[in-house]
Structure formats: C-alpha cells, structure tokens
Design a protein around this ligand. Structure first.
Ligand SMILES: Nc1ncnc2c1ncn2[C@@H]1O[C@H](COP(=O)(O)OP(=O)(O)OP(=O)(O)O)[C@@H](O)[C@H]1O
Ligand SMILES: [Mg+2]
Length: 453
C-alpha cells in the first residue's frame, strides 16, 4: 500500500478522502494548504501526492513544481473541477502523473492510484536492478554470471581503451552486436561514430560501394561523389558484421584497408587515409571456410587480432535465470505493464531447453509469455515454443513454487484466484461474490478492476 499526501483546501473533502484512503489500507496524511504540504515534504517522502489544483496562495501546479527537487520519484495526481480540465491537461504536459475531475469517482481514483504505485515500484526496481546488475553480472546491458561471460566483460574492458581490431565469433543471437557496441561506447572513440554494416545483406557490387564509396561516374547511376561507410566512421569505429559472407574481391580490398588503413573510392585513383577502428563479427565457422577456400587466411589473421568467442547459451546455462529476470523486467518497463512472476516449473523448462536461437530466443520467449499469458504468472503453458505444447488452461500449482520475488507477489496471485473462484460460484454476479467473501461491493469492484477480472 502507498504513502499518500492529500492537499485539499476544502476541509470536508479532505477529511472524507483521508478516511476512504486509510480504509483502503494506505498510509495517509492530509493538509489543507500547499504551504503545509511543502513543510511536510521537506521532512519525509510520499509515494503519491494527491492535490487539489485550485487553491488560494499556492496552487496545485506550483506545489508540484516546488516539491519536485526533493521528491523526484513521487507521483502527483491533481484533482480539479470539470470546468478547469484544460489546466489539468496542461499540468500533465509538465509532468503531473494524472488528473481527476471533481466530484471524484472513487473507483477511478483507486485504479489510478494502483497504476501509479505499480509504475513507481517498477521504476524503483529497475533502478535498483541496474545498479545491482551493473556491479555484479552485467556490463552495458550485457547480462551474464557464468565464468565465460565474466571473462567476456573483462576482455571488453581491456580492449575498449586500445585500438586493436576485435573479432567476435558466436552463433546467431549470442550477443555479438551488443558486445561490439559495448566496446565502442567504452572506448576513447565513444563520442565519434559507430558505423555498422551487415555485409551479408548487400549483393557484392553494392557492398563494395557501401564500404568504400564511389566517385561520380564510377558506374551508371553514380551521379555524384559518395562517401562509403568506412569513411563515415572516421575517428570512430566500423563494425563489419557477418564478415564471413563476403566475396573474394572484397576480401582483397578489406585486407589492404586493414593493413594500411588506406583505400580508394570506386572509380577513383586517389588514396584515402582513415583513422578507423575495426570490429568484425561472424556466426560462421571461418576455419572451415578457410579450409574450403572460401575465406582468405591472411584476412582472417588480420581480423583475428583480439578474438572474442561468445559461447552458445546451452554451454552457459547458469546465465539463463539471470537473463529471464532481465527480460521480464525490461519488457515490463518497455510495455508499462506490471511484472509477472516466473513459476518454478517454467524456470525448470527453460533450464532444460537447448536454446538454438540463444539469447535472442530467450528474449522472444519471455515477450511471448508476457503478452499471451495471464499477466500474473509465467507458466509452462505460456512457453509453447520451448515446451512444444500448445497453451491450455491449467492449475496454478502451489503458491510456494511460484518463484515470485516477494511475498506480496505470491499473495496477489492467491487473491486473484480467490476472487475468480468467488465470482465463478456466484455465476458472475458481483454483489453475490462480494457477499461470499464478506467484502463490500465497492471493494469487490475495485479488485475486479485491479486484476482485470
Ligand atoms: N548477454 C546478454 N544480455 C542481455 N541481452 C542480450 C545478451 N546477449 C544478447 N542479448 C540480446 O539478444 C538479442 C540478440 O543479440 P545480438 O543482436 O547482439 O546477437 P548477434 O550475436 O549479433 O546475432 P546474429 O548473429 O543473429 O546477428 C539482442 O536483443 C540483444 O540485446
Ligand atoms: Mg548480429
């Protein structure tokens, strides 16, 4: 439940609201002027500021702005008469969380409060997670506690500050692009461009002009000079992705560029010098390609100065729980939805699965489960891609096995089930269901909204 400060100059409304919200289980303080509110806010913090907009002396908007510096996380909800909704909308543009019109609709108030509190909780958790993960198991959003990933983090840190060419190898979805970015953004070149090119997505001739640029008239259609991506990366980094797929001709040109940091635009005899750092990546087995004559050995050695191997997920299974947790939080935050909890059964299934699509596949599976599931708990049936089973309604199992982060998460799951059962046995009649549970109809309605029943 939330800590709420109510500011309302009408004494009757103030005492009524204070009482109702206390009854709902919140911790409530009420004052009748913005000045008093400011004094309290300097001494202690609240989750929610519920304030009247129109008040003598200092109005609600001014209060919000003046309180912001010492209560940046507090969510402000303004209350206003229907006639001044325009001001309320204006207030929202300036950062106020929500507005309510008077006379207040209590159900609406409860729903908005709930939403504000959930969002705030998520934001706080995310900040905490970031701090916690940053110090232990993550580097620039790359998550991993396994020994190999810890080694990857150390290597990133060591190579970032140097100029050496880095060659990243790993199956699809193992995080090669993420690592390339981490290296660039932790290097001295961070303020300069990182230019990425996926070599496999261009046909040969186009790839050549994309990389090296061309001079006007170099070929039909070349009606002006154009810089290539290598030139665009001047003083920065070029990330040559999927380099295992390039033709012999381009291999030769790249070799020259890597040896001399020089090249010419297509159709131009002039030589251009560039200061560019090179990071390359592939998901192919290049040694195999070399053996079959598809990839030049000399180019391979020029690229493979600092090799980095990203192992497939099935070889570092201790990263799986951390990645699941990371994506649940990331996707909740991105979609602004409350975090579901991961059941132990679902976790076990994920741990036993081989993840041929690696981290990308885990991210997709979590997103699927969160969008298609019931929003509360991720169960095996929400992971059809992993289990190979079609989703079906099953029981929620026992509550202890629900691997929710907190006691409250488990209680919420239980509460929702109890409500569902009561509504079912009352044949959908809400007041009947409320009677069964011996709660007021208003509470029933509020909880129905809360759990989206
Ligand atoms: N260790 C990790 N922690 C967090 N997210 C990760 C990690 N590894 C990969 N990801 C995420 O998984 C997805 C795939 O990663 P990325 O694009 O870097 O893979 P890739 O190795 O370049 O794959 P491909 O060879 O298919 O291009 C991205 O959304 C990325 O953010
Ligand atoms: Mg990639």
């Amino acid at each position: 439940m939330a800590e709420i400060l109510i500011v309302e100059d009408d004494r009757n409304t103030l005492s009524g609201l204070t009482e109702i919200l206390r009854e709902e289980g919140h911790e409530v303080d009420g004052v009748d002027s913005a000045r008093k509110a400011l004094t309290i806010l300097q001494k202690r913090s609240f989750d929610i500021l519920l304030t009247d907009l129109k008040m003598p002396e200092i109005n609600g908007m001014e209060l919000y702005q003046r309180a912001l510096p010492f209560a940046p996380e507090m969510k402000t909800i303004v209350m206003t008469a229907y006639s001044s909704v325009k001001d309320a909308v204006e207030a929202m543009k300036r950062g106020v969380y929500e507005y309510l019109t008077k006379p207040l609709d209590l159900d609406e108030l409860f729903v908005i409060l709930e939403k504000a509190v959930d969002e705030q909780k998520l934001q706080r958790e995310n900040v905490e997670l970031k701090q916690q993960v940053k110090s232990t198991y993550s580097f620039e959003n790359i998550v991993g506690r396994s020994a190999v990933m810890q080694h990857v983090f150390q290597t990133i840190e060591k190579v970032a500050k140097r100029q050496s060419t880095v060659f990243i190898q790993g199956e699809s979805g193992t995080g090669k692009e993420l690592v390339a970015r981490a290296i660039h953004y932790n290097s001295l070149r961070a303020g300069k461009p990182l230019v990425e090119i996926s070599c496999a997505s261009f046909p040969e001739t186009l790839l050549e002009s994309e990389l090296f640029g061309y001079k006007k008239g170099a070929f039909t259609g070349a009606d002006s000079d154009r810089k290539g991506r290598i030139e665009m990366a001047e003083n920065g980094t070029i990330f040559l992705d999927e380099i295992g797929d390039i033709s012999e001709n381009i291999q030769v040109k790249l070799l020259r560029f890597l040896q001399e940091r020089q090249f010419s635009r297509l159709g131009d005899s002039e030589t251009i010098d560039v200061d560019v750092r090179v990071i390359a990546a592939t998901n192919r087995n290049l040694e195999d390609a070399i053996e079959h004559g598809r990839f030049r050995e000399d180019l391979y050695y020029r690229l493979n100065v600092i090799p980095m191997i990203l192992p497939p997920l099935r070889e570092r299974k201790d990263d799986i729980p951390l990645l699941l947790d990371h994506f649940i939080k990331k996707i909740s935050l991105y979609n602004k939805i409350p975090m579901p909890v991961l059941s132990n059964e679902a976790l076990q299934i994920c741990l036993n699965y081989d993840w041929p699509g690696n981290v990308r596949q885990i991210e997709n599976a979590v997103e699927n489960a969160m969008i298609l599931g019931d929003g509360e708990v991720i169960l095996p049936e929400h992971l059809p891609l992993v289990t190979g089973k079609r989703s079906q309604k099953g029981s929620h199992g026992d509550f202890l096995s629900v691997a929710g982060p907190t006691f409250k998460d488990k209680v919420d799951v239980a509460e929702k089930l109890i409500l569902q059962e009561a509504i079912k046995s009352a044949d959908g009649n809400k007041s009947e269901a409320a009677k069964i549970l011996k709660i007021s109809l208003r509470t029933m309605r509020y909880k129905i909204k809360k759990y989206g029943l």
